[in-house]
Design a protein around this ligand. Sequence first.
Ligand code: UDP
Length: 310
Amino acid sequence: MARVVITGGAGFLGSHLADALVARGDDVVAIDNLITGNRANIEHLFGAPGFTFVEHDVSNYVWVPDDVDAVLHFASPASPIDYLEMPIQTLKVGSLGTHNTLGLAKAKNAAYFLASTSEVYGEPHVHPQTEDYWGNVNPVGPRGVYDEAKRFSEAMTMAYQRYHGLDTRIVRIFNTYGPRMRPDDGRVVSNFIVQALKREPLTVYGDGSQTRSFCFVDDEVRGLIALLDSDENNPVNIGNPNEFTILELAKIVLEVTGSSSTIERHPLPTDDPSQRKPEITRAREILGWEPQIQLREGIERTVEYFRTSI
Ligand code: UDP
């Protein structure tokens, strides 16, 4: 049993993580400024023993009273449309927010867990992406605000580990989806499902041949907890290595929903990576983790959620 701080605790991933930690008996302090998080994601936890919610922007100084065993930094806009709308907040939470939460972990002698991203690989020249690949990121493009903040946050986390001896973890999260994504989140899975359920055209960006590898949230959270419980300080990819084109995803969403929606082409966003797939040997070997829920099943579960929530 531990006392764990989760920044972004009312967000999509943060709230699922809070659920899993509360279920195993940990005390959870969820911190969120609710700009992309949602109180509804954690309302069911408000009565749970040891659960607290604090509305706060961790880009500003952050303090939590009493003992803390681990600080998990999950706060950030995480959808391209969000970080394009909030470029400076995205840069601040990835840089200042990481520094503040590392400082909290150091002051509490707590472990630190950084939610990083496959975006650190940018437009990858190594496929699938291994953790030792340094990536290919455009620092001045519109996505750079997220990618570079996360790259900085990894560097800062490693510096605290090397210089202060902090016990740190870095996960690189690949396209994760599932219940509690916002209907207007803008990411491809939620967009396609909401569009299909409303019988609106599915908005395919570019020619739809770009690939992503989609991980269902339950698998992702199991991997995050396995990494938290390990003693691995190097970055670990946690994602589902089954790779799909965006057109294949559109087809699966249409099949699962039985929707008559058509497909509508839109311009490809700037610096949209053409391919992405995690190499997960490290997670398999060190954590004994691999995903269990494949795309069709995960989409079915996510469709069920959106049917009742939109
Ligand atoms: N995409 C799309 N239609 C949408 C939303 C996204 O075709 O309505 C594409 C997007 O261009 C990208 C992929 O789907 O190639 C994944 O986009 P998402 O925003 O989900 O995440 P990313 O992996 O780009 O951060």
